[in-house]
Design a protein around this ligand. Sequence first.
Ligand code: AKG
Ligand code: FE2
Length: 235
Amino acid sequence: MNVHTLAERLWCDGYLHLENFFDLDLMDRLHDLILAHYGPDPEHFHNQEFLSRAATEVIPWFPQRTNVAAFEEVAEHPSLCALTDAILGSGWHSQECMVMFSKPGSKGQAWHQDCPPDIPERFNLNRLIYTEDVDPDNGGQVVVVPGSHRRGLLPVGAPHGDLPTQVTLQPAKGSLVLLHGHAYHRVLPVGDRCRVSTNYRCVPQGTPLDITDICVYRTMRYQFSTNRIVQERAS
Ligand SMILES: O=C(O)CCC(=O)C(=O)O
Ligand SMILES: [Fe+2]
């Protein structure tokens, strides 16, 4: 399928799941670096208030801060750049890539929008890569509501409660998942093995790079730079 058809699908559904997008050897190299970085029992990152209120548990790592060359290879991947151009037009910018590690038995990520949808054309695009299979026996699937990137605010409600018309994605090693930042999405709780995903977020030209500083959950808006709840949403 050509990049323009894929871009149309992304704009219609708010997400795209493309299997076998990346070379498996590259995925293995990245996965080894990721496991070596975290070690067997990494510390929690967020404070207790966030962990309990957000029903979200991931430990982030920004590998480009330490210049890990293998991660640049994905950032510069020609097919990924061509697809991003088709979706966002030229002049888009990358945020630094973020690896997300979920410990065994952790909560995954509750329903959220990566940035507030108050201005519809102000959004981030997630470009998620998976360096190992998301195995349904171990949870950690990505759940998204098709078309929700055009529906404004995520409704208030149970952080992990099912939403009508949700679809469940099970990315395999080498998959690319593109997800509009206003789409309603979550990550299911993780079983007895760890889970890893890596996000190469980017934004259209003219969008502030800190657009994802405030995340919308069903119970609150949370600001990461200040570790503060900036709005309560619980009914
Ligand atoms: O880890 C995933 O599969 C999705 C994570 C997510 O919601 C995000 O990076 O915005
Ligand atoms: Fe997200």
